[in-house]
Design a protein around this ligand. Structure first.
Ligand SMILES: Cc1cc2nc3c(=O)[nH]c(=O)nc-3n(C[C@H](O)[C@H](O)[C@H](O)COP(=O)(O)O)c2cc1C
Length: 259
């Protein structure tokens, strides 16, 4: 696969919390009335309901101090590629670097491509794959960043085309509008990567600000093992995003009136 020029990536000495600034949990701590996330900032920060009820509408110093200890939240989107079995390496490395992690897998990836029970143990959260019902709270806070690893041919093309028929694809489509950093580690065979639609998808996603890891074909080596997949590259790519708030696409869409 030759379509992708390597992205620059440098390791940052800062923690993700320093680099990415106010986390989604802290934003919610600053706006106690908001319910956009299922896990409240106080819950994430370990603040009890009684404590937070003591000062409704106010950001106490205690809440603020505890919220500042909240790690930024990384969504790891896992697609149905053979290398997905190693996704625990990314989760462990992300947690070491200061991220809280929630995994969203495509429905096919849930079909034996990785050990979802082990991932649940690693993240401390259920693996998401389907939409919640309207009555259920949101299981994850909003993302501070998104990493797609491994990213399949299928999901990359759907994402670029704006097809949101799985929770994973919809999450990727929405990430653009949220203005959060998004990185992807493709695992795509050369025979698929030369398809013009894939080339167009990469160009479109790059123009949306997505940063890609080096090409990986997922080919089985002759010794029968799996080739090394550069999981931590996703975290290096996130480190290489400029710090501070990212510009968000225009939030107001004007639809034409029917004539
Ligand atoms: C064992 C196995 C390994 C696969 N590995 C890859 C892969 O590395 N890359 C890829 O794009 N598709 C791979 N596929 C095909 C995808 O699973 C298939 O295209 C699927 O539709 C992807 O769905 P998703 O993008 O929703 O996860 C593999 C399929 C199987 C059965």
């Amino acid at each position: 696969m030759t379509e992708q020029a390597p992205e620059p990536a440098e390791k940052s000495a800062e923690t993700p919390a320093q680099r990415f600034g106010e986390t989604s949990a802290q934003k919610r701590a600053g706006a106690p009335g908001r319910t956009s996330a299922g896990v409240s900032a106080q819950e994430s920060a370990g603040v009890s309901a009684q404590e937070s009820a003591g000062a409704p509408g106010q950001e106490s110093a205690e809440v603020s101090a505890r919220a500042s200890a909240v790690r930024p939240f990384l969504y790891v989107v896992v697609c149905a590629a053979g290398v997905a079995e190693g996704v625990g390496a990314l989760i462990a490395a992300a947690r070491e670097r200061g991220w809280e992690v929630g995994v969203i897998a495509t429905p096919l990836a849930m079909n034996g491509f990785f050990d979802s029970a082990a991932v649940q143990t690693l993240t401390g959260r259920p693996v998401r794959s389907a939409w919640r019902t309207p009555a259920d709270p949101r299981p994850f806070p909003p993302p501070d960043a998104v990493a797609v690893a491994p990213a399949t041919f299928n999901t990359i093309n759907k994402w670029a085309a704006g097809i949101a028929d799985t929770l994973a694809a919809a999450t990727l489509c929405e990430a653009h509008g949220l203005g959060v950093p998004v990185v992807a580690l493709p695992c795509v065979a050369d025979a698929l990567a030369v398809h013009p639609a894939y080339r167009d998808s990469l160009a479109r996603l790059r123009a949306m600000g997505v940063r890609f890891g080096d090409p990986h074909t997922g080919d089985q080596p002759q010794d029968g093992g799996r080739p090394a997949f550069a999981w931590e590259r996703a975290l290096d790519l996130l480190d290489a995003f400029p710090p501070g708030p990212r510009p968000r696409p225009a939030s107001v869409i004007r639809y034409d009136r029917p004539s």
